[in-house]
Design a protein around this ligand. Structure first.
Ligand code: ACO
Length: 390
C-alpha cells in the first residue's frame, strides 16, 4: 500500500508475511522438504529409504555428520552412546523434586536444563563440543522420558542395557522388557520420521537462539518449549485425546463422523491434520501409517483402525485436509503402551538430532535472526507534564 507521509512523500508499507508463511530465511544442507512431490530428503536420502534400511542411530549420525556411518564409525558411535545411557544422578534428583502432575514436556525441558547447567562444555560452541553434547542428550533422553513415565505410574527406574540398540533399550527402560521386533521396528521408524524437518517451528526456535550466540542447551530447551504446543509436536498427544473423546470401541466409525461434524461447527482445529508446508499429503504419513498397521495387527486392535480410517475419511470429505505425521504416530505410541502425556517427549527424543544439526549449521555461518515488525499501536503521545520533543 502506498500513502503519502507528512511531507507528501509516498511511503510504501512493508508486506507482512504472517507466521513467516512462504518466507525463505536461509539455506540448509540438512533436509529438503518438497511439497510438490510430497518428498523429504535427509542429507539427500529419501526418508522412506532410511526408515526401511537404517536404524535411528545411523540416521542420527547422518544428520550430524552429513554421511551415513561406516561400520567402524557406527560401532564407535554406539559405544559412546551406550556408555552415556544411565540417568545422571543430578537429573534424577531434580525430576524427583517435580510434582507427578508436571507435564512430561516440562519435565524434559527441566532435565535438559539441568544437564546443560552441569556440563563443563556448555560454553564451548565448537562443532566437536556440540556433537559431544548431542550424543549426551541423545543417550540421556530415553532415560529421562522413560523414568518420568514410570514414576507417574508408581514404578521405579529401569537401568539401561548396553547390549541393546537405541529403540529396544528405550522400550526396555520404559516397560521393563523388550517387546517383539515388530514393535521395536515401528518405534525406530517413528524416531527416524520425527528426526528432522527443515525450518519447522522448534528447529527455527533453536536457530534463533543459536543466532544470538547462546549455548547449545539454551537452544534445545527453547526448542522443547516450541515443540510442546498443540499446533506443532503437541499434536500427537492431542490426536489421542480426540480418539478418547470420541471413544474407541464398537461404533467408533459412526461416532467419529458425528463428532467431526460437530467439531467443525464449533470451529475446532482437528489435531493431526493439516500442515503449513504440505498441502497434498505429509511425505512421512504413508511410512508411519504402515508401521501403525503392523502394530494394529500385532496387538489385534481393529477398533483403532476403525477410528483411524473413519476420522481420516470424514476429514477428507468435509474439509479435504489430510493427516500429518502426528496422526498415525499418536495411536502407534498408544498401542505400544506409552501414556498419552509421553508422546511429545518421544518427539523430543527424535527431533533432538535435527536440532543439533541445525545448531551446528547456524553457528557455521551465523547472522543474528532479527525480523522487523510494522507498528500499529497508538500514535506518538506525551506523558502529562513531559516536555514535547521538537
Ligand atoms: N482442522 C480444521 N481446520 C484446519 C486444520 C485442522 N487441522 N488445518 C487447517 N485447517 C483450516 C483452517 O481452519 C483454515 O481454514 P480457513 O481458511 O477457512 O480459516 C485453513 O485450513 C488454513 O489453515 P491454517 O491454520 O491457516 O494453515 P497453517 O498453514 O497456518 O496451519 C497447521 C498449519 C498449524 C499445522 C494447521 O493445519 C493445524 O492447526 N493443524 C492441527 C495441528 C497439528 O496437527 N499440528 C501438527 C503439525 S505437523 C507436526 O508437528 C509433525
Amino acid at each position: 500500500m502506498t500513502e503519502p507521509n507528512a511531507t507528501g512523500t509516498p511511503v510504501t508499507e512493508p508486506k507482512i508475511f504472517k507466521g513467516l508463511a512462504g518466507v525463505v530465511v536461509d539455506t540448509t544442507a540438512i533436509s529438503k522438504v518438497n511439497p510438490d512431490t510430497n518428498s523429504l530428503l535427509y542429507r539427500g536420502y529419501p526418508v522412506q529409504q532410511l526408515a526401511a534400511r537404517c536404524n535411528f542411530e545411523e540416521v542420527a549420525y547422518l544428520l550430524w555428520y552429513g554421511e551415513l556411518p561406516t561400520e567402524t564409525q557406527l560401532a564407535d558411535f554406539e559405544t559412546a552412546e551406550r556408555a552415556l545411557r544411565h540417568l545422571e544422578p543430578a537429573v534424577r534428583r531434580v525430576i524427583d523434586e517435580l510434582p507427578l502432575t508436571a507435564h512430561p514436556m516440562d519435565v524434559v525441558r527441566t532435565a535438559v536444563s539441568v544437564i546443560g547447567a552441569s556440563d563443563p562444555q556448555t560454553s564451548d560452541d565448537s562443532p566437536e563440543a556440540d556433537l559431544a553434547k548431542a550424543v549426551r542428550l541423545f543417550a540421556q533422553l530415553p532415560a529421562i522420558v522413560s523414568y518420568d513415565q514410570r514414576r507417574r505410574h508408581g514404578l521405579g527406574l529401569v537401568e539401561p542395557r548396553s547390549d541393546l540398540g537405541y529403540s529396544a533399550n528405550f522400550l526396555h527402560m520404559t516397560f521393563g522388557e523388550v517387546p517383539e521386533l515388530v514393535v521395536v521396528n515401528a518405534f525406530d521408524v517413528s524416531m527416524i520420521l520425527y528426526a528432522e524437518h527443515s525450518f519447522n517451528a522448534s528447529t527455527f526456535t533453536a536457530r534463533v537462539i543459536t543466532s544470538t550466540l547462546a549455548d547449545y542447551y539454551s537452544a534445545v530447551t527453547g526448542a522443547i518449549g516450541a515443540l510442546k504446543g498443540a499446533l506443532h509436536g503437541g499434536a500427537n498427544e492431542a490426536v489421542m485425546h480426540t480418539f478418547t473423546e470420541i471413544g474407541l470401541g464398537a461404533g467408533a466409525g459412526e461416532r467419529a463422523t458425528d463428532w467431526l461434524a460437530q467439531a467443525l461447527v464449533d470451529k475446532r482445529k482437528i489435531m493431526g491434520f493439516g500442515h503449513r508446508v504440505y498441502k497434498s499429503g505429509d511425505s512421512r504419513v504413508p511410512t508411519m501409517r504402515a508401521a501403525l498397521l503392523t502394530l494394529i495387527e500385532h496387538y489385534d486392535a481393529p477398533e483403532m483402525l476403525e477410528m483411524y480410517e473413519s476420522l481420516e475419511a470424514a476429514m477428507a470429505s468435509k474439509k479435504a485436509i489430510l493427516p500429518n505425521l502426528d496422526y498415525p504416530s499418536g495411536p502407534a505410541y498408544h498401542l505400544m503402551g506409552f501414556d498419552t502425556l509421553s508422546f511429545t517427549p518421544l518427539f523430543v527424543a527424535a527431533r533432538v538430532t535435527g536440532w543439533t544439526a541445525h545448531i551446528i549449521e547456524q553457528r557455521a555461518s551465523n547472522s543474528l535472526i532479527r525480523p522487523l515488525s510494522l507498528y500499529n499501536g497508538h500514535d506518538e503521545r506525551h506523558v502529562p507534564g513531559a516536555a514535547h520533543s521538537a
